[in-house]
Design a protein around this ligand. Structure first.
Ligand SMILES: [Zn+2]
Length: 298
């Protein structure tokens, strides 16, 4: 239901355009101060609307303050509800039981070390992670839903050369989950507005979120590109988890090479869906992240 999402955005900007039109027509009669006050009221109203239902919290793993709308329980419920739809869009779950078990084992090994990333004095969030291998053998991709549902396609799985590279992919996606990037991004663009309230109202039922909200989330996660900061942050979280779990974090560089080659064939790949390009991420990993972890490169 990406349509309802875009309609929502279109509706509000249409309203703003109308207000601006009235201001322009009344310009000759209005003093400069009045116009400024009206402009401030409009900006203030938009700001209040954006902040409604959201709150600022310091992320316990990154230490960064962030504005979010969903509690960890709500993230988990939303992710769980959306997982089936996400699988269905990528050919369903893989039939390769051995490969599925391997994805699960590597993923779960990484998440055992998440608490080692906690900031001093911070309280951990108990995410219930689940790792899914998807039957899609065409689209090289991996992604995560808020709350801990992590996915990798058979196409990408088939490219990774060892457990360390698989850990590199899954660690990056775990990074998006614990840094709560989806929650933060959806809050920023107004997508989660009202969802917290709706979830509270519907809390008695089996499903916390309406099917429309779930569909909206699925298309949001599949189409929204994370920003540069989010990608770099997830790379770093992934590298640190790998090190704690006994994987070689230098193998992330191999993952970047896979993504670089896959990038030429088009398609939407979460791990390189936006700037920074793999080259600049490789540079940062080599020059900052890995040396920062005491890992020598070359
Ligand atoms: Zn990413």
């Amino acid at each position: 239901m990406s349509d309802s999402y875009s309609n929502q955005l279109g509706g509000s900007s249409g309203g703003r355009r109308r207000s601006v039109g009235r201001m322009v027509r009344g310009r000759s009669r209005m003093g400069c101060t009045t116009r400024i006050i009206i402009a401030l009221v409009i900006i203030g109203f938009a700001y209040v609307k954006m902040r409604m239902g959201s709150r600022e919290e310091v992320n316990p793993y990154t230490g960064d303050p962030q504005r979010i709308s969903l509690s960890p329980d709500q993230e988990h419920a939303l992710g769980l509800q959306a997982a089936g739809q996400m699988e269905a869009q990528h050919g369903g779950p893989s039939r390769d039981e051995r490969a599925t078990a391997r994805v699960n084992a590597v993923g779960l090994k990484l998440v055992q070390h998440i608490d080692k990333l906690l900031q001093p004095g911070a309280k951990s969030i108990k995410y219930e992670f689940a790792f899914h291998l998807l039957a899609d053998d065409q689209l090289i991709n991996a992604f995560a839903l808020p709350g801990g549902q992590v996915f990798i396609t058979e196409a990408l799985y088939g490219k990774v050369q060892n457990d360390d590279q698989l850990a590199g992919v899954l660690g990056h996606e775990i990074g998006h989950v614990i840094a709560r990037h989806s929650n933060e991004q959806m809050t920023k663009n107004g997508f989660l507005q009202g969802i917290g309230t709706a979830a509270g109202v519907l809390a008695g039922g089996d499903d916390l979120f309406s099917s429309q909200q779930v569909s909206g989330l699925v298309s949001h996660v599949l189409t929204t590109k994370y920003g540069r900061t989010d990608e770099l942050e997830s790379d770093e979280i992934g590298a640190r988890l790998m090190l704690h779990a006994g994987y070689d974090p230098r193998e992330i560089l191999g993952v970047m090479e896979i993504l670089k080659q896959a990038g030429g064939s088009g398609g939407q790949i979460e791990m390189l869906s936006t700037h920074p390009l793999p080259e600049s991420r490789i540079e940062r990993l080599k020059n900052e992240v890995l040396p920062g972890l005491g890992v020598s490169v070359e």
